[in-house]
Ligand binder design. Structure first.
Ligand SMILES: Nc1ncnc2c1ncn2[C@@H]1O[C@H](COP(=O)(O)OP(=O)(O)OP(=O)(O)O)[C@@H](O)[C@H]1O
Ligand SMILES: [Mg+2]
Length: 318
């Protein structure tokens, strides 16, 4: 559905994206994750025919974004980082205008406006002036304009930025609903958002792809060590030292006086040996469980300088 090959964009002498390649299949909801300046908006602008690339190719439903931009525009709905709203217009007036510039046939404009008003839960504010709506509602109007021509693909650039927590939850829910009928690329640097909405993530860093994988895949490919938590009932002074002395244990951190985070080599059966040690020493196991790396940790790991991208590039284009 979306196929990007070796895409590069220079702003003057500086590359913003450097030869990125990825695919998005029909019906997928893919998260574009990356720190400020990673190249998320640049890539999205190219996919939406707003910016020309310097080299490489991008196809949407088989149409080239440079050569066949009119076809591509029919397939894509775009919510840019700053929603393209006219604050003096009413919601309905603006959506009608958006329908016209998207070449929705005149007879179908009213139905299109009604459809997006309903989808984005905007009926109550349909006659209000956009500039006087709350930011969350303005964002919904932005979403509504992006789908006025009923596109198959939605590209949403940081759709929840600047919203309060309640509005964030509402917009997120709306996107989850839209995901049932659309292929979506969503950018964000809010990590929980990506975990909640997207099945697959593309992590961009300094214009390059640091990883493309499912959330589970990312976690497991990065987990060269495993970590688990031991919580005991009978805390003793020497627990940390004893655990640290076990074979294959990399580190032991005392989180509280009766709870320890143990990092050990993968598949080293350390957990069994910890359990045995706890029994022999009558520590009283209250909890012993594996903890996987959070997306936040993965993100930091991938975007910090020392990472080696080749290790996590498996899954590119799948
Ligand atoms: N019009 C422009 N002219 C020159 N440089 C630009 C322009 N737009 C973006 N850049 C640069 O290109 C790089 C990528 O920017 P981009 O906006 O794509 O990043 P981003 O991942 O969307 O970041 P953010 O999370 O801050 O939105 C940055 O270094 C940015 O400064
Ligand atoms: Mg951006």
């Amino acid at each position: 559905m979306i196929e990007v090959k070796d895409l590069t964009k220079f702003y003057g002498p500086r590359p913003a994206i450097k030869g990125i390649t990825f695919k998005v299949n029909k019906g997928e909801v893919v998260g574009f994750l990356g720190p400020n300046g990673a190249g998320k908006s640049t890539t999205m602008n190219i996919l939406c025919c707003i910016l020309p690339a310097s080299s490489g190719s991008a196809e949407i439903c088989g149409y080239d974004v440079f050569e066949e931009s009119l076809e591509v525009r029919k397939k894509i709905g775009y919510l840019p980082e700053t929603p393209p709203l006219y604050p003096d217009m009413t919601v309905t007036g603006y959506l009608k205008f958006a329908a016209e510039i998207r070449r929705v046939p005149a007879k179908k404009v009213q139905a299109a406006v009604d459809r997006v008003l309903e989808k984005c839960v905007l009926q109550e504010v349909r006659q209000r002036i956009i500039g006087r709506l709350s930011k969350g509602f303005q964002q919904r109007v932005g979403l509504a304009q992006s789908m006025i021509h009923d596109p198959e693909i939605l590209i949403l650039d940081e759709p929840t930025i600047g919203l309060d927590p309640i509005q964030i939850i509402e917009i997120r829910k709306l996107i989850q609903d839209l995901a049932r009928e659309h292929t979506i690329i969503l950018s964000s640097h809010i990590l929980p958002e990506i975990t909640q909405i997207c099945k697959r993530v593309i992590i961009l860093n300094e214009g390059e792809i640091a990883a493309v994988d499912s959330l589970e895949g990312l976690t497991s490919s990065l987990n060269k060590s495993e970590r688990f938590v031991l919580k005991v009932r009978n805390s003793q002074n020497n627990i940390q030292d004893k655990l640290s002395a076990l074979d294959n244990v990399i580190s032991v951190k005392a989180e509280t006086e009766d709870q320890f985070l143990i990092e050990c080599e993968m598949n080293s059966e350390t957990q069994d040996r910890v359990a045995r040690m706890a029994l022999e020493n009558s520590w009283g196991i209250e909890e012993l469980k594996l903890v996987s790396m959070t997306l936040e940790e993965i993100f930091l790991h991938l975007t910090l300088e020392e990472h080696e991208p080749s290790e996590v590039k498996n899954g590119v284009g799948t």
